[in-house]
Write a protein that binds this ligand. Structure first.
Ligand SMILES: [Zn+2]
Length: 148
């Protein structure tokens, strides 16, 4: 779990961040060239998205000559962690296991990925509890009858 509160970024902003994460330092023109194949966005749209990311503290900007260079402030890893933590925060603790299982069953995994998960599960076996405590408020999940 990470403590830092991360800004909420939209799917469109995420597309821009991926370019910044991959290329470290980019101009808005480079971002436009990279995403135009995938997203049918105009330069103006991309500039708006970049502006929002700068305001949100996701990108920093530096003026070099007559152009602006953008680089990520928050890493891809931190953002992904925060996104998944966010998602799991909206679930009953007792549904986390089956949700993870669903994610795994739908994912295409390499042998190395499977090995990593196997190792992790071996380790988790030692820490497993008999029953995961539910901390939902009554009316937001089905486990409330077992709260008392
Ligand atoms: Zn619950």
């Amino acid at each position: 779990m990470i403590n830092k509160i991360q800004p909420n970024i939209s799917d469109a902003e995420w597309e821009i961040m991926r370019v910044a994460w991959t290329n470290h330092t980019v101009t808005s023109k480079q971002i436009t060239e990279i995403v135009k194949e995938k997203m049918n966005w105009k330069q103006a749209t991309i500039k708006t998205l970049i502006g929002r990311l700068v305001e949100k503290g996701m990108l920093k900007t530096e003026a070099v000559g007559n152009k602006y260079l953008y680089s990520p402030i928050i890493t891809e890893e931190e953002s992904l962690k925060s996104k998944t933590t966010d998602f799991f925060d909206h679930l009953c603790n007792r549904k986390v296991g089956t949700t993870i299982a669903d994610l795994i069953s739908e994912a295409t995994l390499s042998h190395a990925d499977v090995q990593m998960l196997e190792d992790l599960l071996q380790q988790k076996k030692g820490e497993a509890v008999d029953s995961v405590p539910c901390d939902c408020i009554p009316g937001q999940c089905d486990c409330q009858h077992s709260h008392s």
